[in-house]
Ligand binder design. Structure first.
Ligand SMILES: Nc1ncnc2c1ncn2[C@@H]1O[C@H](COP(=O)(O)OP(=O)(O)OP(=O)(O)O)[C@@H](O)[C@H]1O
Ligand SMILES: [K+]
Ligand SMILES: [Mg+2]
Length: 676
């Protein structure tokens, strides 16, 4: 999506936002925003008094009332425009995604043969063949073969990615194109529920729900509005009692100035823009809540393989223990891997080829395959002659062999450790109760990880690497990457337990992952960021998906979340401070209209009561569009402590909020006073 990035000032987006500002005047839509709804009702009342002045006895004030009506109308339109503009980029993106969505001809496997069907006829569980040059007709999992796939339609990234059966790189997305080779795909979504469908509804905000924070603030703003409504309504009879006749349009102007229209008008734009900033970053957030939670994260849990390292663990050496040869170790390693479709398993057979070693493949012809699981941390084959071949994590294979009354070779541990200290993964190979040696699986830490983790530390976020690998490998990679802490030999349930423990201690936890074994933990975490390259299970459990599959991006997501929370806080402070200042302009003016002797109250020395009221009202309206850029972009964010940030923002936005109206209203009054 990066390539389709739209500038905020795109004229098509602005044009559409202007149109939407009027559509949003529909009272049924306005009611969702109580503050602005009150302004709209006030606008209508003043309109009636302007067009049928005879009925209200306001013939002498038609000019003033018309002006008040226009300013109020623009106040509502400006607020609508802020929201429409924030929605604009997402809507434009949704349009281009919809265009890229088209019916694709699929080669569905039916019985023994292949039948051509339209992609919309595909259902969960169907199996299709996709060859070079063809589009993948739906979301699914590669069950056979390997292909490079161009995913630029969804990620904007033009370099093709490898998709292969088994392992963590098996998921494919409908609408992407196979650029080489052929794969068999099992479809995993029904029509209308695909990844692109979900993406469209996400970016166009069709299912946008207010976050708990937003709801709480909305309740506060509504209560404030209600209080001021009661104050203003009761003001009229009180004034009448002391012999002062207050004009209804003036009372409405007073009400609108007092209620928090600035934040009321910008609130939803702030939330939408925050989500949109995440999207522009090629991260899909399933909800605004997830983005806000990211802003409050204290602990981040990352898995090792594929997140901190590249994850294409390849067998690179056979290291036999005493009493075994490379040939012998290779043979049993290959026999244990003959039907292992994981990248690790296939790489063992590749290594046999590069080393020009052979193995008796006929032995596995009728063998039963024991697939790798994160629980057992082993895989292998049970041969028809009864022999059991296994490979897996050293401690797992050791336990397995001991349970069959075997013994552990004296040099096994040191051989394994020689691999682990280099950050490699040692896999032990056994047949029945005999261990033959170690397969050295090589993996590389992604560049730039240390700087990224240092940045997280400055934000006050603790990083923990959680891996199924052995403690020594884990320690090496943890040191190389610069994480704060690590947990080794962890099974899926250990990851969940770790997250629950951190949450119980009061932390908000973020987790990135890509494997099916990460899915439960991704669901348990407050922020679960799945890699787009990962499995479907991981992507469904997570509440965010990184289209670029760069787990370190969680750092930017956290920054955007913090920025979103800060922007909302800053503009709320500014808005309420603002309203207090307007009080001083409008209350004296209102009473001066009725009792000219009250001029002493006019501390701002405004031209006339009418011009004071109109100036305050104009200021109240134009402050909304003036603050739209800040609401959209977010307030500046630098990694620093929360308390420092708070005091800094209170000073800028609180004090600024009090002073701005005094200056603004005074300047406006100088002009308005000449004009009326
Ligand atoms: N195909 C395989 N056959 C046998 N053992 C394997 C296979 N793949 C991995 N293992 C072993 O199982 C361990 C756990 O693997 P798993 O994929 O769950 O975790 P991991 O990838 O090491 O860690 P992470 O959670 O960081 O991705 C590995 O460290 C390795 O020792
Ligand atoms: K206001
Ligand atoms: Mg893994």
């Amino acid at each position: 999506m990066t390539t389709k990035r739209k500038s905020m000032l795109d004229s098509a987006i602005i044009g559409r936002a202007v149109k939407d500002s009027f559509i949003k005047l529909n009272p049924l839509m306005m009611m969702k925003n109580p503050v602005m709804f009150v302004v709209e009702v006030g606008t209508l009342v003043v309109l009636l008094m302007t067009v049928i002045p005879g009925y209200f006895g306001t013939e002498d004030r038609v000019g003033f009332n018309l002006t008040v009506f226009l300013i109020l109308l623009f106040t509502v339109l400006f607020a609508n425009f802020a929201e429409a503009l924030a929605e604009g980029r997402g809507k434009a993106q949704a349009d281009s995604l919809k265009k890229s969505k088209q019916d694709i001809t699929a080669n569905k496997i039916v019985g023994g043969g292949v039948k051509q069907v339209v992609s919309t006829e595909l259902r969960k569980g169907d199996i299709v063949v996709v060859s070079q040059g063809e589009m993948i007709p739906g979301d699914g999992e590669v069950i056979e073969g390997l292909a490079s796939v161009d995913e630029s339609a969804i990620t904007g990234e033009s370099a093709p990615v490898i998709k292969e059966a088994g392992g963590d790189f098996s998921s494919v997305t409908g609408g992407t194109r196979v650029v080489s080779d052929q794969i068999k795909v099992r479809i995993m979504s029904d029509p209308g529920e695909s990844f692109i469908d979900r993406m469209i509804s996400l970016v166009e905000g069709a299912k946008r729900q207010k976050t708990p924070n937003e709801l709480a603030l909305n309740t506060l703003l509504t209560s404030l509005t209600l209080i001021f409504l009661i104050v203003v309504v009761t003001l009229a009879p009180i004034a009448k009692y002391v012999g002062v006749e207050l004009d209804v349009p003036v009372l409405i102007a007073l009400l609108v100035c007092l209620i928090p229209t600035t934040i009321g008008g910008l609130l939803s734009a702030i939330g939408i823009a925050g989500m949109d900033r995440v999207t522009q970053f090629n991260v899909l957030a399933m909800s605004g809540k997830a983005v806000e939670a990211a802003g409050d994260i204290n602990t981040m849990i990352l898995d090792k393989t594929g997140t901190i390292t590249y994850g294409n663990r390849m067998a690179s050496e056979f290291l036999p223990v005493k009493g075994a040869t490379v040939q012998e170790l290779g043979e049993w390693a290959a026999l244990s891997s003959a039907k292992d479709e994981t990248p690790e398993g296939r790489s063992v057979l590749e290594l046999m080829k590069t080393k020009q070693l052979s193995y008796p493949a006929e032995l596995v012809e009728n063998a039963s395959f024991i697939p790798f699981t994160a629980e057992t941390r082993m895989s292998g084959t049970d041969l028809p002659d009864g022999r059991k071949v296994r490979k897996g994590a050293v401690d797992a294979v050791k336990k397995w062999v001991l349970s069959q009354n075997g013994s552990v070779p004296a040099d096994l541990d040191s051989t394994g450790e020689s691999v682990a200290v280099l950050g490699g993964t040692p896999l032990a190979v056994s047949v029945d109760n005999r261990i033959l040696g170690i397969i050295y699986l090589k993996d590389t830490v992604k560049p730039g990880m240390q700087e990224r983790f240092a940045e997280l530390r400055r934000m006050g976020i603790k990083t923990i690497m959680c891996t199924g690998d052995n403690p020594l490998t884990a320690a090496t990679i943890a040191r190389e990457a610069g994480v704060d802490d690590f947990v080794a030999e962890s099974r899926p349930e250990d990851k969940i337990a770790l997250i629950k423990r951190e949450q119980a201690a009061g932390s908000l936890v973020a987790m990135t992952g890509d494997g099916t074994n990460d899915a439960p933990a991704l669901a348990q975490a407050d922020v679960g960021l799945a890699m787009n390259s990962g499995t479907i299970a991981a992507k469904e459990a997570a509440n965010m998906i990184d289209l670029d599959s760069d787990p370190s991006k969680i750092i930017e997501v956290v920054a955007i979340g913090k920025q979103l929370l800060m922007t909302r806080g800053a503009l709320t402070t500014f808005s309420i401070a603002n309203d207090i200042a307007k009080y001083f302009a409008i209350i004296p003016a209102m009473f001066m209209l009725a009792i000219p002797q009250m001029d002493a109250l006019n501390i701002m020395k405004l031209g006339s009561p009418s011009s004071a009221i109109l100036s305050a009202l104009i200021f109240n309206a134009v402050i909304i569009p003036l603050l739209i850029p800040l609401a959209m972009r977010g307030v500046a964010y630098k990694p620093m402590s929360a308390s420092k940030l708070l005091s800094k923002n209170l000073l800028i936005y609180g004090l600024g909020g009090v002073l701005a109206p005094f200056v603004g209203i005074k300047l406006l009054d100088l002009i308005v006073h000449i004009w009326i």
